[in-house]
Ligand binder design. Structure first.
Ligand code: GLY
Length: 427
């Protein structure tokens, strides 16, 4: 069977790698893919939001499954377009993807459904937004309503920062159309964690927990990035937290969507803030997380295809998914300067050597092939992912592999999983 994976990040390399290793040995295609997906399948030249091009390729090549990785094609309606032609698609409809496509919609659903989340208001008038911020105080969170490629969120420490973020979004062109409205919400304290859940329209199966590291520098300092590393499992997500996430987050969200005639099929990522064992939703994403997917899929025991098919067929159940007892870590290597300006086209050395480190896979993100060599082609370049009998074992393998790789300006955090390590050290 032919499988098409749409996207070109580390998440898509991890998905393509997992599916290519399925015991049924499918033929993998990725569009547009990266140098890593080219090792497990065939890269196509359609951009992830080239709906017409991807549809035409599907009509000509009849894949048995299309897995859509990023939010942009999902929010643009790629799943709807392909399903209308009878293709089997993993990924929510455009209407369901609004949970990520509009922060205002996500908050409205959560408020109406009684899902724990912070208080909020939505504004398109800067003066009214600034007045709200002054009334509410800082710290406070300003979010562009629409998709802003991971850059639309400002955690303002002061009223001045909040007002500047409001003006950038509503008066400037910081986020284009995505910033024509802002959602302003209360800052939540606690520790963040990520839960990815497969949903077949009715049934919800939560995947192994993980924790991302969004800031560029160690000790969680500096600007936000797309994610500098992740580990799984995250012990902050206790059994009791998981139970609450299932009933208070997923069940209530799906019930509220259903009231509005929206069926959710695919993966729904809940970004959580956990304080004193109580989870609150920071954000919903209509797709797998990146780099959480790399860490989580490294622990998936056996084939993933039966669970993907069950999501499409409405037959999802817990017994389709098993987890390896090992712990996993993904350390992201980025281009120097990221998340600001960075260079592209630098040759990456020693990838094979790093891949040969025990229990380690080097997932590519911003990479490309140039004259037969792998070169940097994006801000987040690689996600070095290792498993181990415990977290220190996984970390030690991952960092051995990271230190093996070199390219001009390579940068990574040395403290991935620092919270979990502190918990371990403190017993
Ligand atoms: N790791 C954050 C995200 O995927 O949005």
């Amino acid at each position: 069977m032919k499988i098409l994976v749409v996207g070109n990040g580390g998440r898509e390399h991890a998905l393509a790698w997992k599916l290519a290793n399925d015991s049924t040995k499918p033929e993998l295609f990725c569009t547009p893919g990266n140098a890593g997906t080219a090792e497990v399948g065939t890269n196509l030249s359609y951009g992830a939001t080239d709906l017409a091009g991807i549809r035409q390729w599907c009509l000509d090549n009849q894949p048995g499954l299309v897995v859509i990785g990023p939010e942009a094609p999902l929010c643009a309606g790629l799943a709807d377009v392909l399903e209308a032609d009878g293709f089997r698609v993993f990924g929510p409809s455009k209407a369901a993807a609004e949970l990520e496509g509009s922060k205002q919609f996500a908050k409205e659903i959560m408020k109406a459904g009684g899902v724990p989340t912070s208080a909020y208001e939505t504004f398109s008038d800067p003066a009214a937004a600034c007045a709200y911020v002054r009334k509410r105080g800082a710290p406070i969170v300003i979010k562009a309503d629409g998709l802003a490629a991971g850059k639309g969120v400002t955690v303002a420490e002061t009223i001045e920062q909040a007002e500047a973020a409001i003006r950038d979004a509503l008066e400037g062109s910081a986020f284009g159309d995505a910033g024509s409205r802002v959602v302003i919400e209360d800052f939540l304290e606690g520790e963040e964690a990520s839960i990815l859940a497969l949903i077949d329209g009715e049934n919800v199966v939560m995947l192994a927990s993980s924790q991302d590291h969004k800031r560029i520098f160690e000790k969680d300092r500096g600007p936000n990035t797309g994610g500098m590393g992740a580990y799984s499992p995250a012990s902050i997500v206790t059994e009791s937290v998981l139970e609450k996430v299932k009933t208070e987050v997923y069940d209530r969200t799906l019930a509220e969507l259903k009231k509005r005639g929206i069926v959710y099929k695919g993966v729904l990522y809940a970004g959580l803030m956990i304080k004193d064992g109580e989870p609150s939703v920071v954000e919903f994403n209509c797709r797998f997380g990146d780099p959480e997917t790399q860490a989580v899929l490294a622990r998936w025991d056996g084939d993933m295809l039966p669970a993907i098919n069950a999501v499409i067929d409405g037959t999802l159940s817990e017994d389709l998914i098993q987890w390896k007892p090992e712990h996993s870590v993904c350390v992201v290597m980025v281009a120097g300067g990221y998340p600001g300006d960075y260079a592209k086209g630098d040759e990456i050395q020693n990838l094979e050597k790093a891949n040969a480190v025990q229990d380690t896979v080097v997932f590519h993100a911003g990479t490309a092939l140039k004259n037969g060599k792998v070169v940097t082609a994006g801000g987040r370049v690689l996600g070095i992912t290792s498993t181990g009998s415990d977290l220190p074992d996984a970390l030690s393998k991952a960092y051995i592999a990271v230190e093996t790789i070199s390219y001009k300006g390579a940068f990574y955090r040395n403290d991935i999983a620092h919270r979990e390590m502190r918990r371990l050290e403190n017993g």
